[in-house]
Write a protein that binds this ligand. Sequence first.
Ligand SMILES: CC(C)(COP(=O)(O)OP(=O)(O)OC[C@H]1O[C@@H](n2cnc3c(N)ncnc32)[C@H](O)[C@@H]1OP(=O)(O)O)[C@@H](O)C(=O)NCCC(=O)NCCS
Length: 217
Amino acid sequence: MYSHPTAVIDEGSVIGDGSKIWHFAHICDGAEIGKGCNFGQNTMVAGGVRIGSNVKVQNNVAIYTGTVIEDDVFLGPSCVLTNVTNPRSQVVRRGLYEKTLIRRGATVGANATIVCGITLGRYAFIAAGAVVAKDVPDYGLIVGVPGRLVGYMSRHGHLLRFEENGHATCPESGFVYEQDGEAVRCLDLDEEQALPADLSEGAKSYDDFKKGIHEGH
Ligand SMILES: CC(C)(COP(=O)(O)OP(=O)(O)OC[C@H]1O[C@@H](n2cnc3c(N)ncnc32)[C@H](O)[C@@H]1OP(=O)(O)O)[C@@H](O)C(=O)NCCC(=O)NCCS
C-alpha cells in the first residue's frame, strides 16, 4: 500500500496490498478497500464503505456510508454518490443511510450523479454528466438527465449493435453478447471471470474503433 504524505488514513481503515492513495485523500475509520486500487487527489471514503479490488477512483470523489463497490469499478472525476434521498439539516438521519451497490466492472462517467438506493449492474456504463435514479441492468448505457437506458456497452466499453438474432460482437475483444429483453450477457466470458491478460491493454482509441465500424471493418 502507498499513501502520499498529505493523505489522511484513519486508524481502523483497511487498505489492501498495492493500493495507492494520492494527495489530500481521506480514508476514514471503518472503510475497507481491496487490493490494487487507486484513489486520486481529494477523494474520501467514509466509514462502513466496502470497496473491492482494482477499483479506480478519479479526483474529487466522495464515497459515503451505504455504498458498496465491487471489483474493477471505475469512478470518473468529480462524480457524485449520495446516501439520503430526502436530506434535511434539521432532521438527523444518521444510521438511516440508503444502500448504493455498484457492481463489478461498472463505469461512472465524469460529473455523473448516482441517487442513492439503486444498483448499477455489472459493466454498466454511466455517461458523463448523467443523473441516475433507477437500477441499471448489466452492461446498460445510461445517458442524460434524467438518465435513460440508451443501449449497452461491452466489457471493453463499445456500444453493442445487436442483430436480429439478438447477438452483438464487441469490436475490440471479439466477444459475442446476447440480448434477451433488458438482460444482456457475454457468451464468451462469464461476467465474474477476470479478463485474459492479452485483452487487458487497449491498443486502439475509441474513435479509431468508431471509424472502423463506419468503414465496415
Ligand atoms: C457516453 C459516451 C461513451 C458516448 O460516446 P460516443 O459514442 O462517442 O457518443 P457520440 O459522440 O457519438 O454521441 C452520440 C450522441 O450522444 C450525445 N452524447 C454523448 N455523450 C453524452 C453525454 N455524456 N451526455 C449526453 N449526451 C451525450 C451526443 O451529443 C450525440 O447526440 P446526437 O446524436 O443528438 O448528436 C461518452 O460521451 C461519455 O460520456 N463517456 C464518458 C467519459 C468520461 O466521463 N470519462 C471519465 C474518465 S476521464
